[in-house]
Design a protein around this ligand. Sequence first.
Ligand code: UDP
Length: 364
Amino acid sequence: MKICTVIGARPQFIKAAVVSRAFREHATPVQEVIVHTGQHFDANMSQVFFEELGIPHPNYNLGIGGGTHGQNTGRMIEGIEQVLLQEKPDWLLVYGDTDSTLAGALAAVKLHISVAHVEAGLRSFNRKMPEEINRILTDHAADRLFTPTKTAVNNLSNEGISVSKVQNIGDVMYDAALYYGRMAEQCSQILAMLDLTKKKYVLATLHRQENVDDPERLDNIMQGLAASHLPIVMPLHPRTRNRLQEFAITVPASVKILDPVGYLDMVMLEKNAVLIATDSGGVQKEAYFHKTPCITLRDETEWLELVEIGWNTLVGADVQRIQKAINFDNAIGNQPDWVENVYGDGKAGEKITSSLIEEGKQAI
Ligand code: UDP
């Protein structure tokens, strides 16, 4: 069984680390060929994840990044097609919703190579998000759709995708939170390095195009965060750092800007924050996995379950709503009950592996 994995962006490295480990541990040998598109190329957005999470060195690095969506996607399709023609895998495996995801799916489907999509079926219903277009097109090109939630299954069914292609296996990010959460406790020194006291700081991340490319939204968010009584640590995505400079937006004194951190340090920061403020999909869920309340700096979310059970509050880029929600010091003891199994049982990686191998056997 030969599987070609296409990854390119930070959240994909984390998801692929889980599945790649499951491939290596499975009784049936799986030959995984990893293609890194180069979408995220800074060492602290890419290399650190390969090293920390034990992801095998990519077999191919296409070095494509820094262009527009169209330029990147087009060049990636061309590069991935060459790899697929050479490697002839049984499956092409893609994750999430980036340009790398879409490029991988399009290159493979036209060569009649089966496409598996992990994190299928998520919808924000906001077609201005590049991620939303990538998700929809990838799901419609895919032969096997691995969904993290029942909501995702319903979304696919509403779009007429055959249920026979869909497997609801839970969220690989939950597998990652369990496995690397234990490792982070043992290895990470980030709290001491930043002189942070447990539950006495807020963790914030910000990178979505709709927030950081819009000067008004970006400024509103900063004004909202400025109301925090506790220090805020903010590992900053390179895109956000550039936009803050470009728009000359003032970062409040209470916000400590950091370079992006590795995953183990990030997990440690998430576990020990009193509150997380984010526009990241992955970080919203990790807040819940590590039992930290979360406010989401977006108008909508793909992860509705967390809003429904009270572990996430949508505050948009609205100064007053953020100001009101950010002082969450009294949250401890006030949190809703933690609901088990919202995102599966932590065995999504194994289920993906078994499913792909089983399908391969049937084809023989
Ligand atoms: N993350 C990290 N270091 C950071 C910021 C985020 O390791 O400095 C991790 C985070 O824990 C989560 C993933 O990156 O697992 C989320 O990536 P991102 O927010 O870029 O993308 P999204 O989840 O919104 O697609």
